[in-house]
Design a protein around this ligand. Structure first.
Ligand code: CMP
Length: 861
């Protein structure tokens, strides 16, 4: 006894070295501190009725027991009423029931009572231990009638009966209570046996099933058990810094998002909080406990980064209202890449992706380059029309409109979000330039933003951003007004010509949707009418007008608008198709026809003849000057193409109702150059002149390559490789071997095998400015489009958007420096310029081959 007495002296904390910290406070009132859980304290605010009753029954039996285990003891001169050493409590319980076999089991059962506050260490400094620390019942701490005296026989009977029924329940709770106790101890206090116990338990947690044994072992020492007694407790707020990752062991939590409310409820076994840790971004949602007494396992950030960051599950799925809304995938950090983002978006709903973007890719904390924002800005038109995007942004910007009472934290959060919206706007305008200002909804929104930013002192720092955007918008509008009423003519042959433009540099004229274009529409008997329409006019309207003018007297449903190519091939336009005239092939003609009589359409005689062009003796023109002017001319055409046009072209412009006129013209140019080479060669009867021309064209290709005009380089080399040219044996025989060798190298460069590898390697080493081989970029777009679904299980397949954006970025890269070529000679002027702007071209392969035969008939063997 004395032994116990003295042994307990220090261990119970009554010695001078122990501070009398919170000992006086009742455990039920003491605020639980989840950050540093104390295994000596209860995890509930009040005991559950079952445990309360169990405690009462055990105490009743203990008090009545003549082993006098529970008695008043004097420790360091202080009287502690009805307390007992842990060892004796364990002895007593092992003796009490045959189901309790080991001391550890008994200790676990006492710990189960301790963690609900039914039992406590006298100084609240120890969890239950099979040692001589003193413990007492809550009833005795509180005093009162229940605590006093020897129990009545009636109580004894009731206690005995209760113990018989309920002891096995307590027995079962023991191991879990022990585990929780271990997990609330600081890691350095966990013994190796305890770590083994934890490890065995971790094996059963689904959220950890993908982790290796060694990681689970590491986790055994750093997992922290956290209990929260009250439903409604906020674990953390959206926008907070992420400090821990959690697994829900018991209970449920609501995931709440500003402006949306509860979007998901997570249940036992679910985990959360990884997103902010891995992305180093603010919390994407507030987590609120849905039930009383929720139990969680927690891994703090430093440990998470050390142990889990690089091995954590590859895919993260976020749900709202039971449906996936965002699927993220972990990306390996690449060398030299400073981006903090470890999760990349695989798929998602448009709105959730935008939310994720605003939360993680905008704001002060963001550094480094991450393509998600740029991908989104370049491709959103595929899955989120501009009007919807503006609507969503306006909602985010005005998220305070419906909240009257705002705490300072709320206000900070809201201001933060407003700033993000403003930054988004700025990046949007930078990424897509005038395409943003072409949308009235965007302009209205920018003006609203500007007004609000002016009026809100909290957004002072953002005024310069908004002013900058406003200035760009004003500049665009001014430019637009100047060029209003731009008019184009599509001559029966050749490129569209700008007839009127207020633009000071007419060559750099972008074709706009409301520019007019003048063009012809034929009918089956080759009579035609000339129409003038805005570029964005639909095929349906053109069809109706042409039918009317040509007096076809048929309803629009019986008619089609169709292109007849120079080889007689026909392709029918969809009614909702736009920018029709520029979409025609080089020598194509537009026809309106009765649906059933399509077969009767024949090409015009003139389609087989060369297009209009300047008649000039090519021989006298300097090849370098030709290459120079071709490059300048094509640079302007390339410059006018908007990245969006690639999307319109790939998905079909009718989906967007947007014109692709600038891209059309650029693509036509490729064919024009290619067929110009062929046309020139097959229409030159003199062998020596042909030889001279081939040499000139090989040199032309070399200069185009030197000027980094790969589009023209390809066109020239492809022209020279055309069947109608390659068969000109007599000509090629006379080409010096030096030239032939160069040409072979060029052919190797345009070789399409292994997905144009030779070209890709070559172009990959070039620095801007350069004009890329546009058809390959379109092929890449089509490949990405046809090989990947746009929507996966109702979510936008963002991987596909990323692939497409990569190609669109290539265009941006090529133009990221302006073209500043030195003119090859000071006199290089007008003549060459007008010559290269419209070549004489036949694009009918059959005609070209026939002409080739004529100049060099096939030799008879
Ligand atoms: P994190 O951003 O670190 O903190 C909030 C957590 O809520 C988040 O990580 C996700 O783990 C979790 N969560 C679950 N569903 C959603 C959801 N639909 N949107 C955002 N977060 C969610």
């Amino acid at each position: 006894m004395n032994d116990i007495f003295t042994n307990c002296k220090l261990k119970n904390g009554f010695g001078p070295s122990v501070q009398a910290t919170a000992a006086a406070t009742s455990p039920t009132k003491r605020p639980l501190s989840p950050d540093h859980p104390n295994p000596a304290l209860p995890i509930t605010e009040t005991p559950s009725p079952a445990m309360n009753r169990m405690g009462w029954a055990l105490r009743t039996l203990l008090v009545a027991d003549n082993s006098s285990c529970l008695k008043d003891r004097k420790v360091s001169g202080k009287l502690i009423r009805k307390c007992a050493p842990g060892t004796e409590l364990v002895d007593w319980l092992v003796n009490l029931s045959p189901i309790v076999h080991t001391r550890a089991q008994a200790a676990g059962m006492w710990q189960a009572l301790l963690e609900e506050g039914v039992l406590a260490h006298v100084n609240k400094e120890q969890p239950f231990k099979d040692k001589c620390f003193l413990y007492r019942f809550r009833l005795d701490e509180e005093g009162g009638t229940a605590a006093a005296g020897v129990p009545q026989a009636e109580d004894l009977g009731a206690a005995n009966e209760h113990i018989r029924e309920a002891l096995s329940a307590l027995f079962q709770r023991g191991p879990d209570a022990t585990l929780r106790m271990i997990l609330r101890k600081p890691s350095h206090e966990r013994t190796s046996e305890e770590l083994e116990l934890v490890f065995e338990e971790l094996v059963h947690i689904a959220a950890l099933s993908h982790l290796s044994t060694s990681i689970k072992r590491e986790l055994s020492s750093i997992f922290v058990f956290e209990a929260h007694a009250q439903a409604g407790t906020i674990l953390f707020n959206q926008g907070d810094e992420g400090r821990s990752w959690y697994i829900l062991l018991k209970g449920s939590v609501d995931v709440v998002i500003h402006g949306k409310g509860t979007v998901a409820t997570l249940k036992t076994g679910d985990d959360f909080g990884k997103l902010a840790l891995i992305n180093d971004a603010p919390r994407a949602a507030t987590i609120v406990l849905k039930e009383n007494n929720c139990h969680l396992l927690r891994v703090d950030k430093e440990h998470f980064n050390r142990i889990l960051r690089d091995v954590e599950a590859n895919t993260l799925r976020l749900q709202e209202h039971g449906k996936d809304v965002l699927v993220l995938e972990r990306v390996a950090k690449q060398r030299g890449q400073h981006s903090a983002f470890k999760y990349t978006v695989m798929s998602g709903t448009p709105a959730k992706m935008l939310e994720h973007l605003l939360e993680t890719r905008l704001g002060q904390s963001v550094g480094g380059m991450d393509p998600f924002l740029d991908d989104f800005l370049l491709t959103h038109i595929v899955f989120m029309p501009v009007v919807q995007l503006v609507d969503e942004l306006a909602n985010y910007f005005h998220c305070d409109a419906h909240e009257d009472a705002q705490t300072p934290e709320d206000r900070e959060y809201i201001i933060n979000f407003k700033k993000r919206v403003i930054q988004f706007m700025q990046k949007w305008v930078m990424a897509v330039r005038h395409a943003a200002f072409e949308e009235p909804s965007v302009c209205d929104f920018i003006e609203d933003l500007a007004a609000e930013v002016e009026a809100d002192p909290d957004l002072n720092e953002e005024t310069s951003i908004v002013h900058n955007v406003l200035t760009q918008m004003a500049r665009y509008q001014e430019d637009r007004n100047q060029n209003a009423g731009q008019k184009w003519k599509l001559p029966p042959n050749g490129q569209p010509i700008c007839l009127f433009s207020g633009n000071a540099t007419p060559s750099k004229t972008v074709i706009r949707p409301d520019d007019d274009i003048i063009f012809r529409v034929y009918c089956a008997d080759h009579t035609y009418c000339t129409l003038r329409f805005p570029m964005h006019t639909t095929a349906e309207l053109i069809k109706a007008c042409a039918a009317d003018k040509l007096q076809l007297n048929r309803g629009p449903e019986d008619l089609v608008l169709v292109e007849v190519k120079s080889n007689g091939e026909r392709s029918v336009f969809k009614d909702n198709d736009v920018s029709i005239p520029t979409g025609l092939s080089l020598n194509g003609r537009l026809f309106v026809s009765v649906k059933d009589h399509l077969d009767a359409l024949t090409q015009l005689q003139e389609q087989e003849c060369p297009t209009e062009g300047v008649d000039i003796d090519l021989e006298i023109l300097s090849t370098k000057e030709l290459a120079y002017h071709i490059t300048l001319f094509e640079w302007d055409l390339f410059w006018a193409v908007h990245e969006y046009e690639l999307l319109y072209h790939t998905f079909g412009r009718h989906h967007f109702g947007k014109i692709t006129a600038n891209l059309d013209v650029f693509l036509r140019r490729f064919n024009e150059v290619q067929y110009w080479i062929v046309t020139e060669l097959v229409s030159t009867p003199s062998l020596s002149k042909r030889v001279g021309l081939v040499r000139k064209f090989i040199k032309l290709a070399a200069y185009c390559k030197e000027y980094q005009n790969l589009n023209a380089f390809f066109a020239v080399v492809m022209g020279l490789s055309n069947m109608a040219v390659s068969r000109l044996q007599q000509t090629w025989e006379k080409i010096p071997s030096k030239f032939r060798k160069i040409f072979q190298e060029f052919e190797a460069l345009i070789d399409p095998s292994r997905n144009h590898r030779a070209y890709r390697v070559f172009v990959g080493k070039l620095q801007p400015p350069l004009i890329p081989f546009m058809p390959l970029l379109l092929k890449d777009m089509t490949f990405a489009h046809e090989g990947n679904k746009t929507s996966l299980d109702g979510l936008v397949n963002f991987e596909k958007m990323h692939m497409m954006a990569q190609t669109m970025r290539t265009i941006r890269f090529c133009r990221s420096r302006s073209l500043g070529l030195e003119p090859p000679s000071p006199k290089s002027e007008g003549e060459v310029r007008s010559y290269i702007s419209s070549f004489r071209v036949i694009d009918n392969q059959r005609v070209l081959t026939a002409m080739s035969q004529k100049v060099e008939p096939t030799r008879k063997l």
